[in-house]
Design a protein around this ligand. Sequence first.
Ligand code: GLN
Length: 243
Amino acid sequence: MTSGKPIVLGVLALQGAFREHIAYFNCILDSNPDEYSNFDISIIEVKTKEQLEKCDSLVIPGGESSSISYISERTQLLPHLYDFIANEQKKTWGTCAGLIFLSKEIQNGIENQKCLGGLNIQVNRNAFGRQLNSFEIDLDFSKFIKGCDKFPTVFIRAPVVTKILDGNCNAVEKGIIKSENTYHNSAPTEILYELKNYNNSNNDLIVAVKQGHILGTSFHPELSDNYSFHKWFLDDFVLKSCK
Ligand code: GLN
């Protein structure tokens, strides 16, 4: 029986790799019981408004952003997700499709696909091409995650952040889906990682960003064999503000 501060970490479970995220967080808690003894942390699947209301934090998994969007509309969760990400007390992280869903603008989106507008970014969906162009690469995240200098990242039909947007730009642009959420995140958008020289390209590709209470990564840390990224999110995002 734990008596620590209750924290509920939700994983959006409409579609995609939500079970993997839940397994990673559970593994962190099981492997480091003493470290988290001041908290009573539960990891829950989120499919409904009632489950979302319990959450202090939310992870939006990889999968297919258009499916996540359609299912959230069909189940009427979408307006509650708009409110959730607008609440700066609620720490949110999107991986791959989750990053696309959290963005303000989508390039190469599917008709009627919605985005939550929590991150002031434009993303190019499937920027690396098709499933066949998926790849794995070790990246050095030690600038923001201590000791994490060789993290095995997995990119599957991954998006790239193509623009950091300043201000509210609601003008219609051909081929660009814009968020209908009126929330404007006023925190600075920090680029956490740029992929250099990918396929001999001269362009640096932005694949991880943080804007205040929201984090987005193009890759899938939940599909690597290393939980450092999840532990960093739990320790530095979710729990730091609760200590
Ligand atoms: N490109 C996919 C999308 O549009 C995301 C792929 C993924 O999450 N692995 O949602």
